[in-house]
Design a protein around this ligand. Structure first.
Ligand code: SF4
Ligand code: SF4
Length: 335
């Protein structure tokens, strides 16, 4: 295993970390086996979230069976107010059976207003900083998809890490990743397989492992074999054939891929466009069908209710044919 310092924190993380999304779909017993395999290969960094249903519970089950020693634990909450964040920190500690969490992150901060809300005197940041004073949280980070929002967070000087999507397909975050590193912050790459779009996993991971901008990448792993395969990529690299496969895949995906930047919002008809593409992706690529359908059903307006006004397409920087893509979402999620 290779290790890097996570910015100027005292965390020396394995460059291959453990992303906690996919263990939602496996049994607790399997999740514990996967984490034990990770430990055996030297993986020492876990990233999960309050939003990932029972992911924290399963990580807690592993810690209760095998101990937490040797692990760095990161989680995150969507709360933006003081009380909500304080409550979530305590829930995370309880579910994972931990006395402290190494890195607690503001989860998916989507707009500058969203960031400002969290930074207000009665905001989530105050609860995080208080928890850090009490030793319940050691470092505070932020996650998001929009480089300009993360850049504003970097400029505050109040965060130790950023977490941003980064892969061979999604490289729009390089400037902010570079800036964060220059300021001594840690950089965590989420979605190293572009949310499942990059099926050429070996070459995609190899790309991330060799990126100078990334400290730790956190692919989700839902099987012991996947842990072994990912560790093998780290050890041996990708073959020329696998790299060619990745290049061809990226060329074929072209621009037809939602980056969740949310520039298309708001939709006059109330559609939450990126969420729709996200849930469809989880349904079709991550095999989290029940999870994705449950969330899709809870959306107030469905893809089939798009009025075809086209406003969103004029705002999408990637020129996605959103209306056509929403028809596909409706066909998949509302059948
Ligand atoms: S085309 Fe559909 S999704 Fe796009 S803004 Fe109009 S109603 Fe909303
Ligand atoms: S549809 Fe386009 S504008 Fe909307 S979130 Fe996806 S990439 Fe961004």
């Amino acid at each position: 295993m290779r290790y890097k310092n996570l910015g100027s924190t005292d965390i020396r993380a394995s460059v291959l970390g453990f992303g906690g999304i996919p263990i939602q779909r496996v049994s607790t017993e399997t999740a514990v086996e996967i984490l034990a395999e990770c430990k055996a290969h030297g993986i020492n960094f876990i990233d999960t979230a309050r939003m990932y249903t029972d992911s924290e519970d399963k990580i807690g089950a592993y810690f209760r069976a095998h101990g937490r020693q040797g692990w760095y634990v990161a989680t995150k909450s969507p709360a933006r107010d003081y009380a909500g964040m304080q409550k979530d920190i305590n829930i995370s500690l309880g579910k994972m059976g931990c006395d402290y969490i190494d890195l607690y992150q503001l989860h998916n901060v989507g707009t500058l207003a969203d960031l400002q809300r969290a930074l207000q005197a009665d905001g989530a940041m105050a609860a995080l900083e208080e928890a850090r004073t009490k030793g319940l949280v050691r470092h505070i980070g932020i996650t998001g998809h929009k480089p300009e929002v993360l850049e504003a967070a970097v400029d505050t000087g109040r965060f130790a890490t950023i977490q941003i999507p980064f892969s061979a397909l999604e490289q729009q975050g390089i400037a902010v990743m570079k800036k964060a590193r220059e300021k001594g912050m840690g950089v965590i790459a989420m979605k190293p397989l572009a949310g499942g779009a990059l099926t050429a996993a070996a070459a995609a991971l190899d790309f991330i492992f060799n990126s100078p901008w990334v400290d730790v990448a956190i692919p989700g792993m839902d099987a012991v074999e996947q842990v072994r395969e990912n560790c093998s990529v780290l050890e041996k690299g990708a073959t020329p054939e696998q790299k060619r496969e990745l290049d061809e895949l990226i060329a074929s995906l072209g621009s037809q891929f939602c980056r969740r930047c949310e520039y298309c919002q708001p939709c006059p008809a109330g559609l939450k466009i990126p969420s729709m593409f996200l849930f469809e992706g989880y349904y079709t690529r991550y095999n989290l069908r029940e999870w994705a359908l449950e969330r899709y059903v809870s959306l107030p307006v469905k893809a089939s209710e798009c009025t075809q006004c086209g406003v969103c397409e004029t705002r999408c920087p990637y020129e996605l044919p959103i209306r056509e893509m929403l028809k596909q979402v409706a066909a998949t999620m509302e059948k």
